[in-house]
Design a protein around this ligand. Structure first.
Ligand code: INV
Ligand code: ZN
Length: 262
C-alpha cells in the first residue's frame, strides 16, 4: 500500500509542532467559509468503486491509525467530481481531539467537529506509485468526511474492535474485508473542493481536497476507543495518548473553494 514505514518513521513528529513549509501558499487544512464558496455547475457527481476484498491491514503509524488497501491494481477507484483522471484508494485514517469539542482538521464557518476521516487516493492514470504522485500537483485526491457524536456507526465497529491490538506506534494487524464505502455519508453529491496539501509532513501541495457537506455519526464510546491509542511505541517509558492529531489551520492565500451545490 501507500504509506511506506521508512518514510513515515522519519517524519517530523507532529506533536513537536507542525513543520513550517517555506513559501507554501496552498496548505491544508483550511476553514471553509460557506458563503464565500463558489458554486460550480461543471462539478460532476463523485464515482467511487471500492472492493472490500483488497483491504490488507490496519496499523498505528505514531500519528494516526491507517487502514491500507492493495493499490497495485485499479480495484478501488475514485473519479468524477472535480477530478480529470482516475484515482486509486491506498488508505484511510482519522484525526480527532482529546474531547468531543474539537478534533477535525477542516472547519465549516469555523465550526469544529470531534473528528475527520480522510480517504487517500492517488492519480493512477498519470503515475505508477503513490510516492511518485505525492510530489505532483494533480497527484492526490483526499475525501474528507466530518464525524459527529451521535448514534453508533455499525460499519465502524469492526474497525474500533481492532484498535486495542494496535495501541502502540508501529503495531500492525491483518485487517480484511472492510468496505470503505460503509463510511461514506448517504449524500456524496454535496461537497466543497479546493487545492491544498498533505496535513502532515512532507506537507506537499499535491491534494485535490473533496470535503463532504454531510457528516457521519459515531457513538461517544466508539470515538473514546480512538483516544485509547498511543503516539508512543511499546519500548518508550512515557506513554502518550493519541489525541489532538490535527494540524493548525492554514491561510487561504487567495484560493477559491468551489461547491458542488447551491
Ligand atoms: N492527512 S492527509 O490526508 O493530508 C495525509 C495523507 C497521506 C499522508 C501520507 O501518506 N504520508 C506518508 C508519506 C508521504 C510521502 C511519501 F512519499 C510517502 C509516504 C499524509 C497526510
Ligand atoms: Zn489526514
Amino acid at each position: 500500500a501507500c504509506s511506506s514505514k521508512s518514510v513515515l518513521s522519519q517524519m517530523h513528529p507532529m506533536w513537536l509542532g507542525p513543520l513550517e513549509v517555506p513559501g507554501g501558499d496552498h496548505q491544508s487544512p483550511i476553514d471553509i467559509a460557506v458563503k464565500k464558496a463558489v458554486f460550480d455547475s461543471d462539478l460532476k457527481p463523485l464515482e467511487s468503486n471500492y472492493d472490500p476484498q483488497t483491504c490488507q491491514q490496519i496499523w498505528n503509524n505514531g500519528y494516526s491509525f491507517l487502514v491500507e488497501y492493495d493499490d497495485t491494481t485499479d480495484k478501488n477507484t475514485l473519479k468524477g467530481g472535480p477530478l480529470q483522471d482516475k484515482y486509486r484508494l491506498c488508505q484511510f485514517h482519522f484525526h480527532w481531539g482529546e474531547s468531543n469539542d474539537w478534533g477535525s482538521e477542516h472547519t465549516v464557518d469555523r465550526r469544529l467537529f470531534p473528528a475527520e476521516l480522510h480517504l487517500v487516493h492517488w492519480n493512477s492514470d498519470r503515475y505508477t506509485l503513490f510516492e511518485e504522485a505525492v510530489m505532483e500537483e494533480n497527484g492526490l485526491a483526499v475525501i474528507g468526511i466530518f464525524l459527529k457524536v451521535g448514534k453508533r456507526h455499525e460499519g465502524l465497529q469492526k474497525l474500533v474492535d481492532a484498535l486495542p491490538a494496535i495501541r502502540h506506534k508501529d503495531s500492525v494487524v491483518e485487517f480484511t474485508r472492510f468496505d470503505p464505502a460503509s463510511l461514506l455519508p448517504s449524500n456524496i453529491d454535496d461537497y466543497w473542493t479546493y487545492h491544498g496539501s498533505l496535513t502532515t509532513p512532507p506537507l506537499t501541495e499535491s491534494v485535490t481536497w473533496i470535503v463532504m457537506k454531510q457528516h457521519i455519526e459515531v457513538s461517544h464510546d466508539q470515538l473514546a476507543v480512538f483516544r485509547s491509542l498511543l503516539f508512543t511505541s511499546a519500548e518508550e517509558e512515557v506513554q502518550k495518548s493519541m489525541v489532538n492529531n490535527f494540524r493548525v489551520q492554514q491561510p487561504l492565500r487567495g484560493r477559491t473553494v468551489r461547491s458542488s451545490f447551491t
